[in-house]
Design a protein around this ligand. Structure first.
Ligand SMILES: Cc1c2[nH]c(c1CCC(=O)O)Cc1[nH]c(c(CCC(=O)O)c1C)Cc1[nH]c(c(CCC(=O)O)c1C)Cc1[nH]c(c(C)c1CCC(=O)O)C2
Length: 343
């Protein structure tokens, strides 16, 4: 079928004069309407698990900006929560979970196929969104990649260097590998259910891929992505998949080919010129404006937006940031970016 949605056209390999655009974390605390709905929900997890409210915050940035992609409002830590990791979000401090530092800790987790009751509200959010999004907007589902999710499950919180996860990998590889396998299987099941409910694209966030080097990158970033993508493609061959091995550096080269991803999202630690030459030669790329420009704005935001658009103009491209938009961003700067991009 020939695609009419802009985002799906780029994912199918089409080169467009004006690329489709959406922003990581586009539903978030920089928007006053998000803060209002979050207050109504009470806390972040209640927002994630209340389909009508999760759908509402997903739609807010679409109404305000007309992005080409709407990303399901949820979180990568909902899989650990569904597995029994007792997730909470401490205001101003981020996520807290039970820790996994031994085979006994891991044995307390539920099996992969037990996640669906807990995650049913997320699938319901997807169904609501497919009915309420504008016809031209593509719905993106997502999950965290096993390594990134494992770093939170092992440490019980976010860590600057993923130290606890590296330690478990080194000292008890059997437990580490078993956790990675559990997450790989859970992710296949979770993303399959999102696609069944109506997600048109899925994205795999490996936010901490950059702390894996050499053979560890192959084994714990590349290989799980390959397995997940192969399983999804065998069931849903027409659903495009975006992989985001953040801060992979030169390991971005060949990542799409090695994993079967239709698009690789590029963070802003590499230049657009470099990524166009080395990564986009294999297919669609997404990225890679530095999120700080959404705080600072001005002519630099306009110039950078155009420079990135032009650097990627020779191949399929989805315009986005290199990482999530931050709470300090000025909502008006998103309009400045959109005018520069589309004008
Ligand atoms: C590592 C990670 C997480 N979550 C996510 C990642 C991977 C992407 C990345 O690297 O940023 C992904 C994510 N988190 C959220 C989305 C929703 C969709 C969207 O992008 O708009 C997505 C795709 C909502 C959220 N997830 C979170 C918020 C803020 C919660 C709030 O409203 O207080 C949002 C909008 C909370 C969250 N969630 C997570 C952390 C560490 C935190 C706390 C830090 C913070 O507050 O930003 C885990």
């Amino acid at each position: 079928m020939t695609q009419t949605k802009k985002l799906l056209r780029s994912l199918a390999g089409e080169v467009q004069d004006v690329p489709p655009v959406w922003l990581m974390r586009q539903a978030g605390r920089y928007l006053p309407e998000y803060k209002a709905t979050r207050a109504q929900a009470g806390d972040f997890l209640s927002l994630c698990y209340t389909p009508e409210l999760a759908a509402e915050v997903t739609l807010q940035p679409i109404r305000r900006y007309g992005f080409d992609g709407a990303i399901l409002f949820a979180d990568i830590l909902l899989i650990p929560d569904a597995l029994g990791a007792d997730l909470t979000f401490v205001a101003g401090e981020g996520p807290r979970l039970s820790t996994i530092t031994s085979a006994q800790d891991l044995a307390r987790m539920a099996p992969a196929d037990a996640i669906h009751d807990h995650l049913a509200p997320v699938y319901e959010t997807v169904r609501i969104l497919r009915e309420s999004l504008p016809a031209e907007t593509t719905l993106i589902g997502f999950a965290g990649a096993p390594w990134t999710v494992a770093t939170y499950m092992i440490a019980g919180r976010g860590t600057p260097d993923q130290g606890p996860a590296h330690k478990l990998m080194r000292e008890d590889q059997a437990t580490f590998d078993a956790l990675m396998d559990l997450l790989t299987e859970s992710t296949i099941q979770y993303l399959s259910a999102q696609i069944e409910a109506g997600a048109e694209v899925v994205k795999l966030f490996d936010s901490w891929a950059g702390s894996l080097r050499g053979e560890a990158f192959d084994r714990y970033a590349l290989e799980p992505a390959r397995k997940i993508i192969a399983a999804l493609k065998s069931r849903y061959p027409d659903t495009p998949i975006i992989a985001f091995p953040r801060e992979a550096g030169d390991r971005y080269i060949g990542f799409a080919k090695a994993t079967g991803a239709d698009c690789v999202a590029i963070d802003n630690s590499v230049s657009a010129d470099w990524a166009a030459e080395n990564v986009q030669k294999d297919g669609c790329v997404q990225g890679n404006l530095a999120p700080q420009h959404m705080i600072t704005g001005g002519q630099a935001l306009i110039d950078e937006t155009k420079r990135i658009r032009d650097a990627f103009a020779g191949g399929p491209h989805i315009f986005n940031l290199g990482h999530g938009i931050t709470p300090e961003a000025d909502p008006e700067n998103v309009n400045v970016m959109l005018r520069a991009l589309r004008g």
